[in-house]
Ligand binder design. Structure first.
Ligand code: SF4
Length: 366
C-alpha cells in the first residue's frame, strides 16, 4: 500500500504576524533532538503496524524545517529507507536565511529532491510588512544555494493581497519569481485568521480589499501562464511535469500520514489530526490522534476536492451522481465560472475566486 508522509516541523525563528500554522519561536538544539526521536518513533510505529506500507512522497512542512540540522533529515529518511519508493518525491520547505549551500548539500545527500522556498514577494517593504526575517535578495540567494547544492525541482511561494501591494509590485514579484526559473509556484491569497497578530491588530483595513485581491489573483494567473506556468489547482502552478505529487494526494483523496503536532492524516479509512501540543508529542510514547471523520472520501468529498483542480470533476467515474451535478451545472452555464464538456466539470480562474459558493451549488443535491 502506497501513501504520502507529512512531517511537521514546528519551529520558526520568530512568529510571522499573519501565520496560523502551528509553530513555536526558538531553536533549542536539545528540543530539536528530542523532536527527531519522537518523529522517528511515531513513523516507525506506522511501519510496524502496516508491513506493506511504502511512502511514495514525503513532505517536511512547518514551521521552518530548514531550521533543523542536516542530520535530522538523514536520520528520519534513514529510518524509512527500506520503505521509500525509489522514485519518491521528497520535499523540504525552506525559509531564506536558515540554510546555506553547504547544509543544503548535506540535506540533498540524505535523499531530499525537492525544495519549496518561502519567498512571498520580491518587494522588501512588503516582506517587512509581512514580518518576514529576510529580504528578496536573501530569497534569491536561497534559490541559488539550493541549485548549487544539486536541487533541480524548486518551488517558490508568492503571496497575494499583502498590505501595500499594487498591480506593479505584484507583477514585479511574479516576474522575479519566474526569472529564478522555478519549476513550481504556489500563489496564496492572504487570509487574516483569528488568533494571528494581524487579526488582533485589526490589519484588515490596511490590506487590499476583496475586489482588488481578486483582480491581483487573476493578474497573477494570467502572467504566470504567459511565463509557462500552468495552473493545476486554485493556488498552484507549475512547468509541465512538476506538479507537487505530495499535494496532489490531498486533492485526489489519496492516503497520507501526518506526523507531528497539528499534522493531519487521511489514512486507512479515517481522517485524523494530532493536537497542537509540542510537549506531549515529545513525551508521549505515540502521538495522540483525534479522529475527525470515519469513512472519508465519499462522493461529496472527492468531488469537492477534484473541483479545486483545473482537471476538474470527471463525472464518467460517478454515473449515479452525474445527472444531479449536471442539472446544477446547467444553471451556471454562461456565467464564465465553470467549464463543462465531455462529462468533465472544472472551474475557471474566475470560478476559483468564488470556489466555495460554486462548489456548494454544484453539489447542492448531496
Ligand atoms: S516562517 Fe512560515 S510557519 Fe514560521 S511563522 Fe512565518 S509563515 Fe509561519
Amino acid at each position: 500500500m502506497k501513501a504520502g508522509l507529512y512531517i511537521h516541523v514546528p519551529f520558526c525563528i520568530r512568529k510571522c504576524p499573519y501565520c496560523d500554522f502551528y509553530s513555536v519561536p526558538g531553536s533549542d538544539e536539545t528540543l530539536k533532538a528530542e523532536y527527531k526521536k519522537a518523529v522517528i518513533r511515531n513513523t516507525e510505529r506506522y511501519l510496524e503496524r502496516y508491513p506493506d506500507l511504502i511512502f511514495d512522497t514525503v513532505y517536511f512542512g512547518g514551521g521552518t524545517p530548514s531550521l533543523m540540522p542536516a542530520d535530522f533529515f538523514d536520520d528520519v529518511l534513514g529510518s524509512i529507507k527500506g520503505r521509500l519508493d525509489k522514485e519518491a518525491e521528497i520535499t523540504m520547505e525552506l525559509n531564506p536565511k536558515t540554510a546555506d549551500e553547504e547544509k543544503l548539500g548535506e540535506i540533498r545527500k540524505s535523499g531530499m529532491n525537492r525544495i519549496s522556498v518561502g519567498i512571498q514577494s520580491a518587494s522588501d517593504s512588503e516582506l517587512r510588512d509581512l514580518g518576514r526575517v529576510h529580504g528578496f535578495s536573501e530569497a534569491e540567494e536561497a534559490v541559488r544555494a539550493a541549485k548549487n547544492a544539486g536541487f533541480e525541482n524548486i518551488s517558490g511561494d508568492l503571496m497575494i493581497g499583502i498590505k501595500g501591494q499594487t498591480e506593479e509590485s505584484l507583477l514585479h514579484s511574479v516576474n522575479a519569481l519566474a526569472s529564478l526559473r522555478l519549476k513550481h509556484i504556489s500563489s496564496y491569497m492572504l487570509k487574516i485568521e483569528p488568533g494571528t497578530e494581524y487579526y488582533r491588530n485589526g490589519i484588515s483595513s490596511d490590506v487590499p480589499d476583496e475586489e482588488k485581491t481578486a483582480e491581483f489573483y487573476l493578474l497573477a494567473v494570467k502572467t504566470l501562464a504567459e511565463k509557462g506556468y500552468s495552473q493545476y489547482e486554485i493556488s498552484n502552478f507549475s512547468l509541465p511535469g512538476f506538479e507537487s505529487r505530495h499535494n496532489l494526494k490531498y486533492w485526489n483523496c489519496e492516503d497520507y500520514i501526518g506526523i507531528g503536532p497539528s499534522a493531519h492524516s487521511c489514512f486507512d479509512g479515517k481522517r485524523y489530526e494530532v493536537p497542537r501540543d509540542l510537549s506531549s508529542f515529545i513525551t508521549d510514547s505515540h502521538q495522540n490522534e483525534e479522529v475527525n471523520e470515519d469513512h472519508p472520501c465519499g462522493f461529496f468529498e472527492k468531488a469537492m476536492l477534484a473541483l479545486r483542480l483545473t482537471s476538474g470533476l470527471d463525472l464518467g467515474r460517478y454515473p449515479d451522481e452525474a445527472p444531479l451535478v449536471l442539472k446544477q451545472a446547467q444553471k451556471l452555464n454562461g456565467t464564465g465560472l465553470i467549464n463543462c464538456g465531455n462529462g468533465v466539470i472544472s472551474l475557471t480562474p474566475e470560478g476559483f475566486l468564488v470556489s466555495n459558493e460554486i462548489i456548494s451549488r454544484l453539489l447542492a443535491d448531496f
